[in-house]
Design a protein around this ligand. Structure first.
Ligand SMILES: CC(=O)N[C@@H]([C@@H](O)[C@H](O)[C@H](O)CO)[C@@H](O)CC(=O)C(=O)O
Length: 316
């Protein structure tokens, strides 16, 4: 956990799978808080020791500030006896909301905060981005901070990640900065960043279908949607990789890839992913508009495809 003194803040170093929890909704679109305890118990039982809440998978961008605060408080409370860290994603459409969420997360004892880059108005150069991140981090001055790189959802910046990472880690202008959540398949770029800055930055990897290549490039902690139900598979990949047992590591990685193929076949993204989670339990309900939700008939086809792959055996 973070120290209470800005001058001596302890960087958060994580190891293993970090689930990006779905946000369960009732059919009327309200958050279903009632299933969260069972959900948290399931993650902990699968050896998932960290959560990253209100992110892409959690539909943070589809929720109001008040809903996000309520969820953060609930996950932090659940985490006290189950998780080693609860990271709260605070990225939003405007800086005021981001700062309000960051301050709130710190007040309620989040282990770390994280933000996406600006979603609509983009900084024209790296200085604009660093200034933005400084202001976000300053709202939670006692809490470790992670930059959230996710170009497939947010689009590209006017400068490379290598340039941004060099600027933010070399300049030390953001005292609480301790890492990057790196959700991109570009492992060349990941390697370029890691090679120069791994001693001061934790690069958490966010492409579950490429976890094993990510581990080979140095990642120790990895955040993903599929670790909500494949936490045991992810742990087995890490264990086999560390033991040098590449055939076993590959076998487990291919399972995640088979799962992701089913996810893509039925539309990809969170509506389909929630349907998969609901097969394992607890029920996640629908994703919020505009995301697609599979019909009951599609849900049955998803179940059959997963069964044919052996999914229900791997998750044990
Ligand atoms: C773009 C995206 O949503 N990526 C997912 C992955 O877990 C992704 O679902 C998985 O690799 C399958 O493609 C995570 O990185 C997202 C995440 O951690 C989050 O919810 O913030």
């Amino acid at each position: 956990m973070a120290s209470n003194d800005k001058a001596t803040i302890t960087p958060l170093r994580l190891k293993g799978p970090i689930a990006a929890p779905f946000t369960p909704f009732h059919q009327n679109g309200d958050i279903n808080f009632d299933v969260l305890e069972e959900y948290a118990d399931k993650l902990a039982a699968d050896g998932v020791h960290y959560v990253f809440v209100n992110g892409t998978t959690g539909e943070g961008m589809s929720m109001t500030v008040e809903e996000r605060k309520a969820l953060a408080v609930k996950w932090i409370a659940l985490g006290k006896t189950r998780f080693q860290a609860v990271i709260v994603h605070v990225g939003a459409a405007n800086l005021k909301d981001i700062q309000e969420l960051g301050k709130h997360a710190e007040q309620h004892g989040a282990s770390a905060i994280s933000t996406l880059p600006p979603l609509f108005y983009k900084p024209s150069n790296v200085e604009g981005m660093v200034h933005f991140l400084e202001q976000v981090a300053a709202a939670a001055p006692k809490t470790p901070f992670f930059y959230y790189h996710n170009p497939s959802m947010v689009g590209s910046n006017a400068f490379s990640m290598e340039t941004l990472v060099k600027e933010i880690f070399s300049s030390k202008r953001i005292p609480t900065l301790c890492g990057v959540k790196y959700t991109s398949k570009d492992l060349y770029e990941y390697g370029r960043c890691y090679a120069k800055h791994a001693s001061s930055c934790q690069f958490m990897y966010g492409c579950d279908e490429q976890l094993l290549p990510g581990l080979s490039m140095g990642c120790e902690a990895f955040i993903g949607s599929t670790y909500n139900y494949l936490g045991r598979v992810a742990n087995r990949i890490m264990t086999a990789f560390e033991a040098g047992d590449m055939p076993s590591a590959r076998k487990e990685q291919f399972r995640i890839q088979a799962l992701v193929s089913v996810l893509i076949k039925y539309g990809g993204h969170t509506g389909t992913n929630k349907a998969i989670m609901s097969l394992v339990g607890p029920e996640m309900g629908p994703a919020r508009s505009p995301l697609h939700n599979p019909s009951p008939e599609e849900r049955e086809l998803i179940r059959k495809d997963l069964q044919a792959e052996g999914f229900f055996e791997w998750i044990q």
